[in-house]
Design a protein around this ligand. Structure first.
Ligand code: SF4
Ligand code: SF4
Length: 172
């Protein structure tokens, strides 16, 4: 969505965020190509794109520690930050791309480091969410907009994870 942040990183032929991200201003769901995108070429309304698109930068673009292997067009996933932590947003055509080297080991390292600082690491493919922890992965299935992840902690260690409804249906 952005052409560049600094002189060293450029989107180049990557357009993956225009597929995996939800764009509210366009009513574009996550994991579907934006109708304005020419995959691998760019945005056909680049000069007039919405603020949501202008303001977005994936982590690869802004983090100098992520080298060329992590460019979304190569990795097949887009890294983003939420208020909870790191999100690995997979191209649905490559749901297991994050498991390949060097990605999975590094993502595990983020979970190890994150556990000390209450930073979560999740992998998202479509609506399916996997919580990554230092010791195991919790495949939480498909989450809806009212679903939230609840972690059970022993100290800082995650020992279990489940999904709860934020607005549970009212019992008749
Ligand atoms: S995913 Fe990142 S590198 Fe790719 S087009 Fe979007 S902002 Fe640029
Ligand atoms: S409007 Fe352009 S920048 Fe925004 S999602 Fe669509 S193709 Fe990407």
């Amino acid at each position: 969505m952005r052409s560049s942040i600094d002189s060293s990183k450029r989107c180049g032929d990557c357009t993956l965020c225009c597929k995996v991200m939800e764009i509210e201003q366009l009513a574009k769901p996550a994991h579907a190509w934006c109708p304005h995108c020419r995959p691998r070429q760019g945005c056909t309304i680049y000069q007039d794109r919405h603020a949501e698109c202008r303001d977005f930068s994936c982590l690869w673009l802004v983090n100098d520690r992520l080298d060329a292997d992590w460019q979304p067009s190569k990795a097949k996933f887009v890294l983003t930050m939420s208020e909870d932590g790191i999100e690995v947003r997979c191209d649905p055509g490559y749901p297991d791309a994050w498991r390949r080297a060097p990605y999975q080991a590094e993502i595990r390292e983020w979970a190890i480091s994150g556990e000390q600082h209450d930073v979560t690491v999740i992998v998202i493919t479509g609506r399916r969410v996997i919580l990554i922890t230092p010791e195991r992965d919790f495949d939480l299935g498909e989450l809806g907009p009212d679903d939230r992840i609840v972690r059970e902690l022993e100290g800082t260690r995650v020992v279990d994870a489940r999904v709860v409804k934020v607005n549970p249906p009212i019992e008749p």
